[in-house]
Write a protein that binds this ligand. Sequence first.
Ligand code: GLU
Length: 425
Amino acid sequence: MIAETQAAGLDRELNPWISAEARFNQAAGRLALDEGMRKMLSLPAREVTVHVPVTLDDGRLEVFTGYRVQHSIARGPAKGGIRYAPDVTLDEVRALASWMTWKCAVVNIPYGGGKGGVICDPSILSEFELERITRRYTAELIDVIGPEVDIPAPDINTNERTMAWIMDTYSMHKRQNVTAVVTGKPLNLGGSRGRPEATGRGCSFVTREALKLFGIAPSDARIVVQGFGNVGGMGARLLAAMGCRIVGVIEYDGAVYNDHGIDVEKLMAHRRSTGSITEFGEAEDMDRDEALYMPCEVLLPAAKENIVTSLNAHRIRARVLCEGANGPTTPPADAVLRENGVFVIPDILANAGGVTVSYFEWVQDRQGYFWNEQLVNDRLEEIMVNSFHDVVRYSAQHDVDNRTAAYMLALDRVQFAIKIRGIYA
Ligand code: GLU
């Protein structure tokens, strides 16, 4: 019975939508939002479920379930990625959509928040099958997406290829090229320079600012990265370029550690040639959990939700937790980290570099005029650094932790937009 209650408690803790609600409620309470506004902001504005029929390569007909949730369009069109994974749930997509609303508000770009997901296992689907799923999913959503309505982007297991298919499908339906319907596209199809690196680059900027705050020189900063994909890999590469020491890298199939620092480029090359980061000559293989709990200045979780939970938060020995992933820390873990003095750069701030450069891509598409990479990176840096300091200042002013500060800042901006627009009836 006790075990069952504990399991139910853990189920709740690991449900991203319940986590999102808890964070929202905490910030809404501090802001003393009135009941009606609270209700409006806590529920997604629109949730669409589609069941997508697709003919597989062997001729069989399969049906895939997909979602698109638009949490808020108060500050602009809905914006957010689409993920493909076997364990996608509506609750997860809901949470991710609401996080996009708060994320866009924290960095003050003119978007609401949305997210999509398709329940499928890309590891057992061919490229052509993925293309058919993407095209039919896009066709089913044709009336709810659009450059002024809802703008998808890449997320877990989707990439610029996927975005090109979405852009093409949408454009074929509209009978004209509509590049701004989606961001994270290939460079020669209306994509932006710097977009693939943007999330990792944003993480590196806010990490640098946090280290400065604590007077830690980059050369004294040991970094452990969990997830060595687009966000973690790029984040590690850029932090190493700043002079930090990447001491640990954790992936789904193992971890490597070297106190003297790991050559990120070499590790990437090793993985390209062997398919894994393990058995890398210049670092020792380590248990994944053990690597997560090694002492370090910065821990960068950059994969999925629920990495730091009530079960392991007390074992984290990082000075700074930079949340490259969405939702890597659960609310019960927050309390433990706070008690242990871990400085958390919350996801809605830390990983906002991706959507910020998505915004730049959308602006460039609409202007038909493309920027050089330096301009993209400089503008990204300005937004990330200013937003970081806005949150830190807000946290000191209101005597709340960084996450609550970021949520409060975001909620306040969104509720302000709703109030001046008024409620359409
Ligand atoms: N999927 C990314 C995120 O979670 C990027 C979203 C976007 O660029 O719209 O922030």
